[in-house]
Write a protein that binds this ligand. Structure first.
Ligand SMILES: [Zn+2]
Length: 551
């Protein structure tokens, strides 16, 4: 790809209305340097609970300190540390996985990775041994009172295995009100597991279908048959059923057939509000495997610019510091997953914001900078923070997360991860419009990207939260160039050792966009406003439940 000279780039930027009057300039070179350091081989791919973590934390803390911020982590002896301890559960299946289905006439085996992808149990069990458990089809497995939708109709799931569809009830039409093709949280696999555990099911089988899942079986297999992680929980059985698995569509069709049912007919019924759970009569499932479960220790980094008049209100900027560490070498023999874009760029933006806030008079509200761990293992650092907040979520004004920004030239637009309706996005869109930037919504809302980055851990507790995304309509080259670069990154670098620093990157886009995010946060930090979710958002109710604490 052609890289414009810096002079040409500067003239291009100059043609846009760039800075609000008092916005500090953000230094592209400084951000490039942070990305280069954090993604160098010396940081070993920033793996959780590795020497790469030690190095990464030391670098971030030194930068926050130099920026003039205060430590904002765990409180011990009246003093705040720079970090929040994050204990994580690590779960690995040891030995063979035996799963079989019995219909009274014949018992047939399902092979791990082929018909079924069983996750290592995260309920604390070291040995799973389920014998002849009954199965019940629960449709999309959704309880959404605000949409007048309940797939369970009072069915008792205790001791049973729930068979559930992926995505939400109106993904193929149907009569639901779940945003059409776009995926609500009810459609996400994490929701299915959580809801079945809440209802006491002994197991959950999610039926994999490529279109509504938005990814193929290979992805399901790779991410579920690997080592699993969770935040360390006081009562893990309340969050996880014993058996959590996906099954192939063909296996589901066979399962229904053996119970005298037609999968496609049952699926159609599940798209109706009147759907009732269907027992797979006469069919049972058995599963047996051993699990190595242990706790590892990681840390979030937390720094604060304390507010002057409303220090008990918090505006949060965040970025995950972890990446994949050292793993399988690529064709070049490079085994370090450097994570320059993912998420060296987000960290560079977070540090740039910290320096800007540190260099200017403190705003009225406090501004918190969170570098969270274990995003790549399932948003766990942010989940731990949200479950064990250092500062009250009820008085957290909003969260602006940054994950995998474009290190290249400026775009004429921006986006966010997934789609959502909230005041915070409206405010960002207004800031962008003032700079001549358009908001381009996620072109593939059915993929549920809103639920795949760290802002979501706070969003599901009601805190208005978004992940900012770089635009694809480049000032230099338009959508053709910008989208081609995104596609190239996804194909050759995303989660691969090739996600490495490139000295040709201009960081011109980040310099401009981070200034905009600074403006957005500063506005909130100097106001008494409490942005909220739109009235029809699935996160509105939980936010409103704490409204009294914001009076
Ligand atoms: Zn990331």
């Amino acid at each position: 790809m052609k890289i414009p000279s810096l002079v040409l780039l500067a003239s291009l930027i100059a043609t846009l209305p760039v800075h609000a009057a008092d916005t500090p300039a953000f230094d592209a070179q400084r951000m490039a340097h942070d990305v280069q350091v954090l993604s160098s081989d010396a940081f070993q791919g920033r793996g959780v609970a590795t020497p790469g973590e030690t190095k990464t934390l030391a670098y971030l803390i030194a930068q926050f300190r130099a920026a003039g911020l205060q430590p904002a982590g765990d409180l011990a002896g009246g003093k705040r540390a720079w970090t929040q301890a994050v204990p994580l559960g690590r779960f690995e299946i040891t030995g063979p996985v035996t799963v079989s289905v019995d219909d009274g006439k014949a018992r047939s085996a399902w092979t791990q990775g082929s018909e079924i992808a069983v996750r290592a149990a995260m309920n604390g069990a070291h040995q799973v041994d389920i014998r002849d458990a009954p199965l019940v089809f629960v449709g999309y497995g959704v309880t959404a009172p605000e949409r007048n939708w309940d797939d369970f109709k009072g069915v008792d799931l205790k001791g049973k295995i729930a068979v559930v569809l992926i995505n939400d009830p109106d993904v193929d039409g149907g009569e639901g009100d779940f945003g059409g093709k776009a995926m609500t949280y009810y459609g996400r696999w994490t929701y299915k597991y959580e809801e079945m555990a809440r209802r006491g099911a002994i197991g959950t089988l999610i039926v994999h279908e490529t279109a509504p899942a938005s990814y193929g079986w290979a992805t399901v297999k790779n991410s579920n048959t690997n080592v699993m992680y969770d935040i360390a929980r006081a009562d893990p059985a309340s969050a996880h059923s014993v058996l959590e698995a996906w099954i192939q569509r063909d296996a589901a069709v066979n399962l229904f057939q053996r119970a005298g049912l037609d999968f496609d007919v049952a699926k159609k019924q599940a798209q109706l509000r009147a759907f009732r759970p269907v027992p797979l009569t006469g069919v049972t499932l058995s599963a047996r495997f051993a699990v190595d479960a242990r706790v590892i220790k990681s840390q979030n980094v937390a720094a604060i610019r304390a507010g002057t008049t409303r220090p008990g209100d918090y505006v949060v900027y965040s970025a995950h510091w972890d990446h994949l560490g050292i793993g399988q070498p690529d064709a070049r023999g490079h085994a370090i997953y450097n994570g320059a874009v993912d998420n060296g760029t987000g960290l560079a933006a977070l540090l740039a914001l910290a320096r800007a806030y540190g260099a200017h008079p403190a705003p009225q509200r406090s501004v918190l900078f969170l570098a969270v761990t274990a995003e790549e293992k399932g948003l766990l650092g942010s989940e731990y923070y949200a479950s064990n907040p250092l500062y009250p979520l009820a008085r957290t004004v909003g969260m602006i997360n940054m994950d995998a920004l474009s290190p290249q030239g400026p775009a004429r637009n921006f986006t966010i991860s997934g789609n959502a309706k909230l005041d915070l996005l409206d405010a960002l869109t207004a800031k962008a419009a003032a700079r001549g930037l358009a908001y381009t919504p996620d072109p593939q809302p059915e993929a549920g990207k809103f639920f795949r980055s760290d802002h979501f851990s706070l969003a599901k507790r009601g805190v208005p939260a978004i992940s900012f995304g770089s635009g694809n309509d480049w000032v230099d080259g338009g959508v053709a160039a910008g989208q081609a670069d995104k596609d190239r990154y996804t194909a050759v670098a995303y989660h691969q050792p090739a996600d490495q620093f490139d000295p040709a990157w201009s960081f011109g886009g980040m310099a401009r966009d981070v200034a905009m995010l600074y403006d957005l946060g500063l506005d909130l930090a100097n106001s008494t406003r409490w942005p909220n979710w739109s009235a029809d958002s699935e996160f509105r109710k939980v936010r409103d439940a704490s409204a009294a604490q914001r009076r």
